[in-house]
Design a binder for this molecule. Structure first.
Ligand SMILES: Cc1cc2nc3c(=O)[nH]c(=O)nc-3n(C[C@H](O)[C@H](O)[C@H](O)COP(=O)(O)OP(=O)(O)OC[C@H]3O[C@@H](n4cnc5c(N)ncnc54)[C@H](O)[C@@H]3O)c2cc1C
Length: 408
């Protein structure tokens, strides 16, 4: 049994597969599993990069699987063999693909070259380093005092990043970088559609927009980006806006053709699956989590769906091994949440219950701590976030110092 990808989906498949007698191997290109929902805190210097990473060697061992650190680079579906970048080949009886997604630039000129994404630990470190460098050089008077940060995409990532950056500027900056002129540090959030947080109830969307505006974020709705240039963004109406740092948080794409070229693709290049999560047209290959798309029943690309899909795919493999037919996947929606800043979040629960403000923020904090893998990460994250929000104005909430990004 081979599982590729040690994120929410891949990791939740392991305990189920452990119930069978089969030998299970998990392959991931990193030696750790990344907790993406808190990457924006790493990018804004509230958490260290190790707080959101959990070692896969020990985590897979405890779940009865062995681990290979490698990138999958090829698949021979007829021989049932996966090729790794280490040159090794791994054969499988059943394969579960759980490799997540990356940024989709929708063909916007310069977007891939001149903007930063936020999908990996490396992305978060790169963004944090650019941000800290920009603030440091302005603090020392070494460069033009103006600093414009543009975030493209008004989904949860864009909202969380814009809100936290604005709060950092408003509250923490005077203590950490006293020479930086706050009035010259601008945070802009650009969304092509008419609303922020489109999947949420209109009341929560309006609350989110107002909270961002209150924090001094310039929110541009119904605004398309035509081009990202070094140092600026060009909008569809041909107006050009200075942008020292541009973050692209506006869409997701499946894996590059390469190793998945033999598999059917749906919207955004994600892998097309049937209702039971088996890859369409394939007998022994399942795809789960963000990378999978079932066009009959689209499911949000969030942690809970990925966890439930990972478990379901593994259960179907076990059913097949015991001669039973597979079952369709049904998502049990437990609700969604997004945070805007300190004591400000939105929560939408099943049954229409909606929360916002402080209570929603504590719910967001609690849930993220529960879902983080590893007790050390939970304790350290709780301490770092508590420290951040209790000591913002004294500069305590900004972790300074360089972190060198890894190769990938
Ligand atoms: C910035 C950000 C914030 C988010 N915030 C929230 C939130 O608040 N709430 C929420 O519910 N969801 C949130 N999400 C979405 C959530 O994180 C994803 O839906 C979830 O991580 C998907 O899980 P996954 O297992 O499918 O993929 P991932 O978690 O992305 O895991 C994929 C794994 O596959 C590995 N991999 C990829 N390609 C290869 C390869 N070729 N070979 C080997 N290994 C490979 C990667 O290293 C990775 O470990 C957020 C996502 C982002 C990016």
């Amino acid at each position: 049994m081979l599982v590729v990808g040690g994120g929410f989906a891949g990791m939740s498949a392991l305990p189920v597969l452990a119930r069978s007698d089969a030998r299970v191997t998990l392959v991931d290109r990193n030696v750790y599993s990344t907790f993406q929902p808190l990457l924006y805190q790493v990018a804004t210097a509230g958490l260290t990069s190790s707080d959101v990473a959990y070692p896969l060697w020990s985590a897979t061992g405890r779940r009865g699987a062995r681990f290979r650190k490698a990138e999958i680079v090829g698949l021979d579906l007829s021989r049932r063999v996966a090729m790794l970048d280490t040159g090794e080949e791994i054969s499988y009886d059943y394969l579960i693909i759980a490799t997540g997604v990356s940024a989709a630039f929708f063909g916007v000129t310069g977007a891939a070259e001149h903007s930063l994404s936020l999908y990996t630990r490396r992305d978060a470190i790169t963004l944090r380093n650019q941000l800290m460098d920009a603030l440091e050089t302005r603090n020392e008077g070494l460069t033009d005092p103006e600093l414009d940060v543009t975030i493209v995409g008004g989904g949860a990532t864009g909202v969380e990043l814009a809100g936290t950056l604005a709060e950092m500027r408003n509250v923490a900056l005077p203590a950490v970088f006293p020479q930086v002129d706050r009035s010259m540090f601008r945070v802009r959030l650009i969304e092509m559609g008419p609303v922020l947080l489109a999947p949420y109830h209109d009341q929560l969307r309006r609350y989110t927009r107002q909270q961002l505006i209150d924090r001094g974020v310039e929110v541009l709705l119904n605004t398309a980006i035509k081009e990202v240039r070094p140092g600026s963004v060009l909008l569809a109406d041909e107006s050009e806006h200075r942008s020292d740092i541009t973050v692209w948080a506006a869409g997701v794409a499946g894996p590059d053709a390469g190793w998945t070229s033999g598999l059917p693709r749906g919207k955004g290049g994600r892998i097309q699956v049937n209702a039971d999560l088996q890859v369409t047209g394939q007998d022994r290959v399942f795809a789960t989590g963000d990378v999978a798309i079932c066009e009959h029943e689209p499911i949000a690309q969030l942690a809970q769906p990925a966890i439930q899909e990972g478990r379901h795919a593994a259960e179907q493999v076990v059913r097949r091994l015991t001669g039973q037919p597979t079952r369709p996947f049904h998502y049990h929606d437990k609700g969604t949440m997004a945070t805007i800043g300190r004591r400000s979040a939105v929560v939408e629960l099943r049954g229409g219950l909606r929360l916002r403000g402080t209570i929603a923020w504590f719910a967001w904090l609690g849930l993220h701590l529960v879902y983080l893998l590893g007790n050390r990460n939970r304790v350290v994250t709780l301490v770092n976030l508590a420290w951040r929000y209790l000591t913002w104005s004294r500069g305590g909430g900004v972790i300074v110092g360089d972190d060198v990004p890894e190769k990938r």
